[in-house]
Design a protein around this ligand. Structure first.
Ligand SMILES: *Cc1c(COP(=O)(O)O)cnc(C)c1O
Length: 372
């Protein structure tokens, strides 16, 4: 029986193996293993790709987000105890960036069609302590609209983008994610659309003061050597990852097109009424980091697919407010997020999957009959 892999990172990186070997050898030969020109060049590439004035490469996506909040605190724009509106349906890292800074996440339900923050619910969640909206472009779908901007403008809120899953996406007007709010965090975790060979992340912003503060905080809080203006962290980004990402970032448009082609096959071919397909668009506002279907009986459906050689994943099986570390939120009732967490299944969209594979997977899905 044929196996349809969900993701095999060695296979994903095999086509660029030689270029990566050459780039990483260059770093080894340079003798510069922290900072330096490779990092500066990657930052310039990312800022250009995002259309922002500044990019600061940092250790990972969670650190990118937590450094943004920490920088706003150091700049006197937020203080511990202030509230941040966050989507209730997200990967928990988005929320940890808030709580790590002593800020208070206010969870807002998603739109059941997009699975992203329901922007019509933001205003009702605003209090005198609200300082920011953390928008997450979940699964690669842009979450930013005129209503979010109106609320942010009316109440003087920062918009911070969690762009870990949506590099290369745009809003309806064609503006790139990572440039839509006041600042954005990117992740280059190996499984993301552009993945490093380890942890890596970045902050993008047009705000020079914020960029400089993030940069200082990520390097022990120093603005120059042995001069510490903040009690900072070590969240630096390695030149070896810069060298890898300088090979991979130019492939973003092709990678996005590849994912869109697979999503188009699933959209056209999956016809089983027991399987809810994601809201489909072939605009730039969805880069299909995941192709997520919804089924009532997830375990049975995944077992059926596994029995037919199709590997799947679940992003994410537990709503953040039901995680043990969020015990003080456990009493919240967030039925839309809870239902999503029970039903979602991610189908293969990696470079291990061809359009023909996707058509075969769709056929297998169409032959699925729920036992009920
Ligand atoms: C991956 C991810 C992060 C965290 O990125 P890391 O690089 O793994 O720290 C944050 N938010 C979302 C939505 C993610 O998918």
């Amino acid at each position: 029986m044929k196996t349809y892999k969900f993701l095999d990172l060695a296979e994903v990186n095999a086509p660029v193996m030689d270029a990566i070997a050459e780039a990483t050898a260059r770093v080894v030969r340079s003798g510069c293993y922290i900072g330096g020109p490779e990092v500066a060049e990657f930052e310039k590439m990312l800022a250009d790709a995002t259309g922002t004035a500044h990019a600061v490469a940092v250790s990972n996506g969670l650190d990118a987000l937590r450094l943004i909040f920490r920088a706003y605190i150091e700049l006197g724009i937020m203080e511990p105890g202030d509230e941040v509106i966050v989507p209730a349906n997200t990967y928990i890292a988005s929320i940890l960036a808030v709580t790590d800074n002593g800020l208070v996440p206010v969870l807002v339900e998603p739109n059941p069609d997009t699975l992203n923050l329901d922007t019509s619910r933001i205003e009702a969640a605003v209090t005198p302590r609200t300082r920011a909206i953390l928008t997450v472009h979940l699964y690669g779908r842009t979450c930013h609209d005129a209503e979010m901007e109106r609320v942010a403008h009316t109440y003087g809120l920062k918009i911070i983008e969690d762009n870990a899953q949506a590099i290369g996406a745009t809003d309806k007007a064609g503006r790139p994610t990572g440039s839509l709010g006041d600042a954005a965090g990117f992740s280059f975790y190996p499984t993301k659309n552009i993945g490093a060979l380890g942890d890596a992340g970045a902050v993008t912003t047009d705000d020079a003061e914020l960029a400089a503060t993030v940069r200082a905080l990520a390097n022990y809080g120093s603005d120059r050597q042995y001069h510490n203006i903040y009690k900072g962290l070590n969240c630096r980004f390695d030149p070896i990852q810069a060298a890898v990402l300088k090979v991979k970032l130019p492939m973003l448009a092709a990678e996005t097109a590849r994912r869109k082609a697979l999503a188009a096959v699933y959209e056209a071919r999956i016809t089983n009424p027991a399987v809810g397909k994601p809201l489909y668009t072939d605009d730039g506002d969805m880069v299909w980091h995941q192709y997520v279907v919804r089924v009532a009986n997830r375990d049975e459906f995944r077992q059926y697919l596994a029995d037919n050689g199709v590997q799947t994943a679940v992003h994410y099986p537990t709503a953040p407010h039901h995680q043990p570390c969020m015990a003080d939120y456990a009493c919240l009732s967030l039925p839309i997020s809870e239902k999503i967490a029970r039903e979602v299944v991610s189908l293969p969209v990696s470079a291990c999957t061809s359009p023909d594979d996707a058509a075969e997977i769709a056929e297998i899905i169409n032959a699925y009959k729920p036992n009920d």
